[in-house]
Design a protein around this ligand. Sequence first.
Ligand code: GDP
Ligand code: IMO
Ligand code: MG
Length: 445
Amino acid sequence: MKAKNKVKSGFIDVVVGLQWGDEGKGKNIDELLSHGAYTGVARFHGGANAGHTIKLGDKTFVGHIVPSGCFHKNIELYIGNGVVVDAVSLIKEKNEIKNLGFDITKRLYVSNRAKLVSHLHPFLDQADEYRRNKLGTKVGTTSRGIGPAYSDVRARRALLVGDVLSPDFAEKEVTLSEFHMNLLNMYQDKYGFEINLGKIKEAKEKWDDAIKELRKLQICDLSLLIQSRLSKGKNILAEGAQAIMLDIDFGDYPNVTSSNTLPANVCLGLGVPHTMLRDVYGVIKAYTTKVGGGNFPSRMKDQTLEKAFQDAGHEFGATTGRPRMCGWLDLFALRHAIVLSGANKIFINKADICLSDKIKVVTGYKSKGKIVKEFPLYLSDVADVITEEMPGWGDANYGINKKQKTSKELSSYLKYIKGKLSDLNVKIISVGTGPDRDHFFNWEK
Ligand code: GDP
Ligand code: IMO
Ligand code: MG
């Protein structure tokens, strides 16, 4: 017998970075949300280490923890259980968004199972980087306390967002802070890390204020809420932070972030079954950038050229302001990321940034004089790369929003990339030509 009036279930699509982060995910998510296909957008992992840029007219907003749907009044914003929540960043951003004319109070939902970044986590992050620096193994973290926060999660001593509503929250917080201070003292005694009590006091005051504000937000069983939206036929977009090459299991460990960035983590980070997942949008730049430690095989050897890409592409971290290293498009790493993530729709951003008369692409890695067949366990083993070269296009494509206006060199470049990925099930659906909302054109249907 047929069920009457049965609503077809909604689905979840996910956007992930396919390189080392900062591919322009924020811009693409903001655009994807403008067509009415989704009713909500959800962060499922990471924390305020992310920096997702959205342009709003002549204003530029960088979201670290609030999902990139804040400027769409009908879109619900979800922060899932897989996220480590920096309450100070969250409240600060919420206020910034309000000042831009968007009050998100009623459409922001935070999972009660998400974990809190404590006021001491960033200090522990810095202390461990201080230790590593002495060993020459600095990760170059964003100093947002991400590693220490996820360590606490795995060690089962973290504070839950839901805890802020319970009467014994203050007690739990004191116990955890004592533990953190012991760790900091260990870093001081053993490694010479300097504890700045004044800064810690200041951080605690800000954190306490933010926790008071956090209590006023909609803290809920987000898994249930999302499942109820899906059961009503509503679709949700999951917002990846960082990128596949920074995944804790499949990136260049230990030069990675502390969460799984793969789309598979959407299920765990939101509390939804895998059957709800549909498309995986993978975002890349026409070249590659990276911040932080570890080998970066496709890095431009010519420092003047790298500097020129940094300047033209404004390649400075949206979270830390650090200059991003620039490299050629790394097809070897990209194929690895596509296979791991199952990305089937690709956005290519920054196609307007091409300074040289020639553009290069990395097609393979070499280690110990031999061509590497599989993606290596250690990127530090990669001594050289194999490149191919083709004509560049200067700034000819800046701001264009029609495929027909593409310069013939960019057109050939896109066809070349498509050809190199032809055995994978991917379509290059959109090409970014500038930072503004309308700076893109659709390429493949
Ligand atoms: P995300 O972390 O992946 O969201 O990316 P970020 O916001 O950290 O960095 C992307 C930067 O590139 C931002 O400054 C964007 O405004 C800018 N951007 C995005 N797409 C394009 C593009 O197609 N061309 C240019 N020139 N800039 C872009
Ligand atoms: P979005 O979402 C680029 C990098 C850091 C460092 C490593 C570990 O804006 O693309 P962490 O603070 O996570 O412990 O740092 O990961 N990293 C990013 N690089 N974009 C990001 O986010 C990043 N988030 C973390 O530079 O190398
Ligand atoms: Mg970023």
